[in-house]
Write a protein that binds this ligand. Structure first.
Ligand SMILES: [Zn+2]
Length: 213
């Protein structure tokens, strides 16, 4: 089983694309959910790199929100496996290990010289997306989803603020990027403009947020 809190899954991913972990320059977190942030504290410590994330998610990433009692106990005992890793975080209401930000990102700013920040609340209060300007690639976290080469949305039960999520998704769709790299599954690399236009029209037309994404 690949670990999350020890970033084993992330390090295996780097290896798969031929990047040495020593080349790591910074950690950009889109949001606090365990399945996106669990290894950040370990990576920050081991490779001494700066961490960036949105202020709205800071209490969760620094574990100020961590639940105590039976819920917290249960959360700690959920195995870090598959979708369970998210359940673990949701039960605990915090990342498994506190990670402080070197910089709290602000909408519109450029970080690390090449990533533009898009504040994209909805899925979480401090969710942020990042546009890699040199390649016009959008790292959208869970503000959008990609399933079978189609743009989708995250499921309604994991979208606590639907109006904000709708506005954030539309913001992402209007970026006119070349590639979309979501927080789950593979990137969208073909028909990106068409997919953005289509989902944008649906949302602008008042289309319902799909129950299952
Ligand atoms: Zn999430």
């Amino acid at each position: 089983m690949l670990g999350w809190t020890d970033a084993e899954d992330f390090l295996q991913g780097l290896k798969a694309v031929g990047i040495a972990p020593e080349q790591l320059k910074a950690i950009l977190l889109t949001h606090w959910h365990n399945d996106h942030s669990a290894g950040a504290a370990f990576l920050k410590r081991k490779f001494d790199v700066p961490v960036y994330y949105g202020a709205g998610d800071e209490p969760f990433l620094t574990r100020q929100t961590a639940t105590q009692g039976i819920r917290g106990w249960l959360g700690k005992h959920v195995p870090e496996e598959g979708v369970l890793v998210l359940l673990r975080g949701l039960l605990e209401e915090a990342a498994p290990e506190a990670v402080s930000a070197n910089h709290l990102v602000i909408d519109g700013e450029i970080i690390e010289g090449c990533f533009r920040v898009l504040a994209t609340p909805g899925h979480t209060g401090g969710h942020a997306a990042f546009v890699h300007e040199p390649t016009r690639s959008l790292f959208c976290g869970d503000a959008l989803a990609v399933v079978a080469n189609r743009l989708r949305l995250m499921a309604r039960p994991v979208t606590p603020d639907l109006p904000a999520a709708r506005a954030s998704a539309l913001r992402c769709l209007r970026e006119e990027v070349e590639f979309i790299c979501p927080g789950h599954r593979g990137p969208l690399v073909e028909n990106v403009r068409e997919e953005c236009l289509q989902l944008g029209k649906y949302l602008e037309g008042g289309g319902r947020w799909p129950l299952l994404g």
